[in-house]
Each structure stands twice: as C-alpha cells, then as structure tokens.
Design a protein around this ligand. Sequence first.
Ligand SMILES: Nc1nc2c(c(=O)[nH]1)N[C@H]1C(S)=C(S)[C@@H](COP(=O)(O)OP(=O)(O)OC[C@H]3O[C@@H](n4cnc5c(=O)[nH]c(N)nc54)[C@H](O)[C@@H]3O)O[C@H]1N2
Ligand SMILES: Nc1nc2c(c(=O)[nH]1)N[C@H]1C(S)=C(S)[C@@H](COP(=O)(O)OP(=O)(O)OC[C@H]3O[C@@H](n4cnc5c(=O)[nH]c(N)nc54)[C@H](O)[C@@H]3O)O[C@H]1N2
Ligand code: SF4
Ligand SMILES: [Mo]
Length: 810
Amino acid sequence: MSTTIDNGVSRRTFMKWSGVAGGSTALVATAAHLGMPKARGENGDEDVDATIWSACVVNCGSRCPLRLQVKDGTVVRVLPDNTGDDTLWNRQIRACVRGRNMRERIYNPDRIKKPLKRVGAKRSDGEFVEISWDEALDLLADKLQYTYDTYGPEAVYKQYGSGVWNAHIANSGGWGRLFNLLGGYLGYYGNYSYLQISQCTRYFYGSPDEQISNSIEDSIENSRLIVWWGNNPLETRMSGGGVLYTATLAKEAGVRQIVVDPRYSESAAVLADDWIALRPGTDAALVAGMAHVMISEDLQDQDFLDTYCVGFDEDHMPEGAPKNASYRAYIEGKGPDGVEKTPEWAADITGVPASQIRQFARDVATTKPVNIAQGWGPQRHANGENQANSIYLLAAMTGNVGIPGGGTGGREGYLWPSTPWLDDGVNPVATTISCYTWTDAIDHGPEMTALANGVQGKDRLETGIKFMLVYGSNMLASQHGDITRTREILDDDTKCEFIVGMDNQMNASMKLCDLVLPDTTTAERWDIVPSEYTGDMAYEIMAAQAIEPLYESRSSIEVTYELAKRMGVGDEFSEGKETSEDWARWVQDTARENNPGMFPTFDELQEKGVFRYTSPDGPTVPLKSFRDDPEANPLATPSGKIEIYSSTLAEMADTWEFPDPVAGDEITPIPAYVATREGPEEARSQEKYPLQCIGHHYKARTHSTYGNLETLRQAHQQRVWISPKDAAARDITSDDLVHVYNDRGRIAIPAMVTPRIMPGVISVPQGAWIELDEDGVDHGGAVNMLTSLRMTPIAKGNGQHTNLVQVEKA
Ligand SMILES: Nc1nc2c(c(=O)[nH]1)N[C@H]1C(S)=C(S)[C@@H](COP(=O)(O)OP(=O)(O)OC[C@H]3O[C@@H](n4cnc5c(=O)[nH]c(N)nc54)[C@H](O)[C@@H]3O)O[C@H]1N2
Ligand SMILES: Nc1nc2c(c(=O)[nH]1)N[C@H]1C(S)=C(S)[C@@H](COP(=O)(O)OP(=O)(O)OC[C@H]3O[C@@H](n4cnc5c(=O)[nH]c(N)nc54)[C@H](O)[C@@H]3O)O[C@H]1N2
Ligand code: SF4
Ligand SMILES: [Mo]
C-alpha cells in the first residue's frame, strides 16, 4: 500500500487559527495541539529524572548548549546554558528562540519514522512505502555498487547540506568516510554561505578562503567605528555566545556603528547610528563613489597603498598591465569606460544620495581605526565577487588592514575551534565542481568544462551525477536556486538514477528521494559540538544522548557503519569505534592528545556541559604579521602584496569562456562595478519585473530548519517586506496576500508594508517550507521559487539575492 507523505499538521489550518493573515489574536500553540508530550513547568529540576547536556547544532553561525530535562524517557523541558555569566570572556551561551523550541522539533509530526522507498512514477509525486532497515540497506548497497561499477566514482555525489554542520560526528555522519573507502566521489568546492567571497579573496589577499576581519572583541577595545556592511549579526548570529552579544557590548562601549543594507535590519535597528540604504548588488558602485571623494579630498592612506598594495595607481602596477588599468584611473574616468565615478554617478546606480556618499566616505576615511565587517549578503549576488573585493578595497584604501581596531573588510573574526571533526580520510577523486552547479552536473555533466563551468582538477567532467546522497540538507527542493527547474531536472530519473536522503524531518527534498532514511535528532545520540563563528571565545559542548532514538530512527554514524560492513570495508571504517558514543569519546581524546593540558576529559565535559577557551595571542587581528613586516611575511598573491589590480584575474578575463553570456558575465582585474542580469539598471529599463528581490536570513528559522515549528511560525511570520511607495502603487496594505512572481516561479505570501526597506526592493525571508499547489504556485513563500540557476562569473556560484520580480495583490 502506498501512502502520500504529508506534513501532518495542516499549515493552512494553522494559518487560519493562528491569525497569521490577520496579524492579530494569535492562539498559542500548546503541546497538545502539536501532538507533543506534555511539558513540565517553567524552571527547576523538580519532578524530572535527569537534566542532560545537549545542543542545537544547526548552521546558524553560532552554537548553543541546551539542557534537556527528561522524565520517563521523554524530553519535558528545554533549558538554556547556566554556566558563565554576563562578562565578555565568560559569557553565557544563551540559546535563541529556535533552540529553546527544540522539543517541538524532536516530537514534530514531520519526523521520519521508518525507511521509505519511492513508489511514485515521478519523484515529485512524493509517494512512498515503508520498508525495513534491512531492505533499505540492501537497496542502498546495491545502488552504490552499481554506480561505482557502471560509471565510476565521479558519478557519486554528496550533496551540500548544513543541517548538522557543527556537530563533530554528525557533520559528515560517516558518509564521506564510507565513500572514500569505496573509491571516492565527486566533490564540490565552496559553500552556499560565501562561495563568491571565498573564491575572489585569493586574488585580492592571497587567502584560499574568505579573509576574516578583526574580531568584535578587538573592536570593543580598539575600534572607533564598526561598519556592518551587508551584515546583520543580530539576526544571523543570535546565540548569546556569539556576535549578537559582542556587537551589543560594542554599542554599550560607545563604539559608533553604521549599517549598509537595503533593509533597516534588526542590526540597523538596534546597533546603528547611521543606516546607508543602497540598491542590492551596487556596493562596488558605492565604494567607487566613496573612493572618488577620498581621492578628491586626499583622504586615502597613500603610504599604506604604496607599501602594501599593487594596482591602486599607475605608479604601482604589476608588470605587463596595460596603461590606465589601475583603480585610480577607473575612478578618475581614465580607464577604458571613460566614466568618472563621481558621487553623483554612484548615487544614480545605488540610490544613496550623493551628499550621504560624501559624508560616509569622510567618516570611514577619517575615523581611525575602523572595522569594516562585511557580511555575506553582498557577495550572494550575480556580481558577488566584485562586490566582496570592493569592500575589502575600502579597508585597504583607509589603511585599516592588520592593526588593532581596524580590519580587512572581511567578516568579523573568530577563533576557529581546536577540536577535531570525524576523519573522512582522503578522497581518491580529485575532480570538483562548484557547489552551485550540481543541477548542471546532473543535467549535462559531460558538457561541463574547466573554462566555462569552473570544473576543477580536470578539463571536463566525464560523467554526470548518477547517485546522490542528500544528508542534513534541503537543497533539492528549498535551498538551491529555481525550485521549479530543479524539480524538472530531478524528475528525469534517467539522469540522476538514484537519490538517497537522510534527515529527521520529512522536508520537501526528502519527498524527491528514491530512498529516505530516518535519522535521530541530537537528543537521541552522542556528539561533541564546537563553537564556530562566535568570536574570540571558542567553546565545546557535550551533546549527550538524552532519550532513546524515536520510532525506527538510527544515528547516521551507525547506519554508515552497517553499510560499510555490507560493502566489505567495516573494519577500515570503524577502526574499533561502532557507536556514536565511541566516536564522541574519540573526538575528546584526540582533542586532548593534540592540545596537551587544555581540554577536559570526556567524563569531565559530561559533568560541566560547556568548556570555553580563548587564544593566548589575544583578540583576532588578521594580517598583523604582514602589516608589521611585509617583506618577511608576504601575502600568497603573485606580488606578495594586496592586489587591487590582479594580473591573474586579467588573464582569466581573457581565457575563461562564457557561453550564452548575459549582463554580468564578466571578469575585471580591479573591483569595478559591473551591471548584471536582473540588476537595478534592468529593473528600470523594462516594466514587466521592476522590483529587485532579495531573501534575508530570518530569525524564524535557520534556513528551512525549524521552519515546520508552529510556535515559530506564529512568533515570526513569513511575510514579504515591501516599501510603502511600492505597496501604494499596487494598492497593497500590510497583511494583504500578494503574489510575487517572475518567469521562473510564483509565490503567494502576506505583505509586510514597511519603510524598513528601500523603494524598488523587496525581501522574502529565505528558507520557508514550500507548499506547492496544482499550478505550481508556492503558498509557503519560498524565495527560491524566484531565484536563478545562473552562475556568478568567477566562483560559478549562487547569486541568489539577484532577482527581478513583480508583486500584485492576490
Ligand atoms: N535564496 C536563497 N537561498 C539560499 C540562501 C539565501 O540566502 N537565499 N542561503 C544559502 C545558504 S547560506 C545555505 S548555508 C543553504 C542552507 O541550506 P541547507 O543546508 O539545505 O539548510 P536547511 O534548509 O537548514 O536544511 C538542513 C536540513 O538538515 C536537517 N537536519 C537537522 N538536524 C539533522 C540531523 O540531526 N540529521 C539529519 N540527517 N538531518 C538533520 C534539517 O531537518 C533540514 O532538513 O541555503 C542556501 N540557500
Ligand atoms: N536566524 C538565522 N541565522 C542564520 C541563518 C538563518 O537562516 N537564520 N543562516 C546562517 C547561515 S548558513 C549563513 S551563511 C549566514 C548568512 O549571513 P549573511 O549572508 O550575512 O545573511 P543575509 O541575510 O543573506 O545577508 C545579510 C544582509 O545583507 C543584506 N543584503 C542583501 N543584498 C545586499 C547587497 O547587495 N548589499 C548590501 N550591502 N547588503 C545586502 C540583507 O538585507 C541582509 O540584511 O547566516 C547564518 N545565521
Ligand atoms: S539556532 Fe543558533 S543561536 Fe539559536 S539556539 Fe540554535 S545554535 Fe543557538
Ligand atoms: Mo550558509
């Protein structure tokens, strides 16, 4: 008998009784409504059997401990961290509204209960039968072996997925280790978070990844100004252990703060002394306008530029560069385009008044030191690479790089954890694709080349993706671009022949798989959880098993071990470790071995719950050694200096191929402003899709995770931000149901009419759970119905914030 897997609680029903559309008189969802076990009172240890240290491990950029109180084998209460205090270096790592509702995720009706096998004719039919674990593992082993035998390891793909990113063991769940033992798999480079900045930084700073800036701990002490550039830490770093807390302390310490964002974000509202509202995708033009002011008023740090950089002016160009190719020539209108980049020129593109550009330029150039902390919103655009490099450039022009209180123009710095992740071993396959191009690799893999598609390690792919693992990921149907086109590609099962998913919630991507495996939640297994982007206070959290696995769920590391045994590599896989607890002990023992005298024992950590540590070198000041002695500590760029003009980029501009180019398919050796497909110019030049649509990361969810919690759906509604001007032109008032659409898709979503977003721009909080109707309209409000699969020019990445749309009343 086949069953269509549904979400359990009907969301439409919920929308009615919670008053989402009306925006008032919301009922509070009770445990009984949600089908969860009864909760205990608010506080204290009375009447519970145990209080167990656990954690929220989603990829929100922070991490939080949770104390799970258990009674009769059930989690009855979730309590936050109670170690530490309110001081900077010993701060309490208080969980946000999401983690505190963890019970609702553990006991959610969407939990996958048993292995499921597709029986629908098409993947998108979403029809499954329940099967046993034995059948599931046999099927999986067969398909995997068949793929290796028929197509070779390059046909095996492990999909990007960040749902368990920061648990040392669950992160890979053993899948990479297993595939490596079996012959390897096609890897990807970069990530959806910061693919563009991670690829372009190597040309600017010579760093193989994004170049972080000074930490906010350093800024509290030493900065006179922090510029949050396309950066919204109050919403994207919500843990009490992270930047939400340090940024607020910086505010209390009197450090001036400016936010550059098309939206008056939570960070703008709470932190900012000034808000610079610009059109999305135009940051490089704003920087150019500011550079014009600095040059005209001689405010740039010329000594720094002369000593540490190449490419700023004609006297400091790398050998072989053409005349008038410097950044200064570009600003003064002496470059190939012949256009002077005056504040008025920049105002026309960015929407920021010229007077404000002048003032902002003077502020940034004359307030010393300043930490320009760049978020990843600017680089998630069709011209994301130049956006990111232009913001770096501003830090260099003002001489803030490598000094206390200053910064590189990258994202606020942190201390990377010293605890080890599960060892995946070495992938025998060297070929990789950009993480955004897997739909291409399924659709027409063998046509993908190094020069046109960014294939690395090989000139051309030999085969398309034939087998795909989707673990801790909602990429197939929610988080990748262009949901409708992606579903079409996946529905053709002659292309990707087998898809296996493993999750603990029946998300929309699981519904597109051929085999679905029920994972445990963190509460049902052991792990060790490291901090991540939490600033200079790093920590580790004990995530102990609090309850037995629900239903027939099994932890991934135990499932991959079973599979390894079936496929003849059991011993190599386990090296004596069989359970999640064995592996958690291995993490702690290895951390202790690698860092003598530093970490507590496994048993001590189980008692303490949280262990905090800091760097003996003090707060993070990146590139300090380069600043102190550039001869002795050159950067890894060809010149050893900061390359404002990059000869490597110039060469790529000549050799890389752009088949069927659109506006923006262009590489420039300097961080020039490049007008792209679906940018502000195009918005103005036609009437069909006149609004720029971005999709900010939202406090209701971490991407799609927590998106099926009724409590959070009530607390933080899914609504599209639209300015009063654009709303009035369409006769829209707040809470009206509107349609947002373009040629790629259509969503139905309530409006939030607000002056907190600039005219001409709308924002759909990203990550909503899709609810497609028969016509392919999404009633969940998922922004990726509107986004494009087109790659950015250098990184071949996800310009998912670059979209043009129209909005109309439903
Ligand atoms: N339009 C647009 N799209 C975007 C972005 C954007 O800004 N705009 N942002 C991009 C970014 S930065 C990212 S990182 C990606 C994120 O995209 P994803 O990595 O797909 O993140 P989630 O949507 O949170 O999906 C994570 C999945 O992991 C599951 N999970 C949680 N815990 C466990 C567990 O213990 N075991 C298993 N097996 N699964 C678990 C969750 O249930 C969820 O289904 O989205 C990208 N997509
Ligand atoms: N609550 C919550 N926290 C999260 C996540 C989540 O989903 N929810 N996701 C986590 C993950 S995986 C990541 S990668 C990070 C993402 O962190 P970011 O990528 O920094 O987050 P975004 O919201 O995409 O963008 C940050 C800000 O940039 C603005 N912006 C968009 N386009 C432009 C532009 O062209 N120029 C400028 N100047 N600003 C622009 C947006 O309005 C937004 O306020 O957040 C992490 N934290
Ligand atoms: S979502 Fe992030 S900030 Fe919130 S509880 Fe989880 S780890 Fe902490
Ligand atoms: Mo991300």
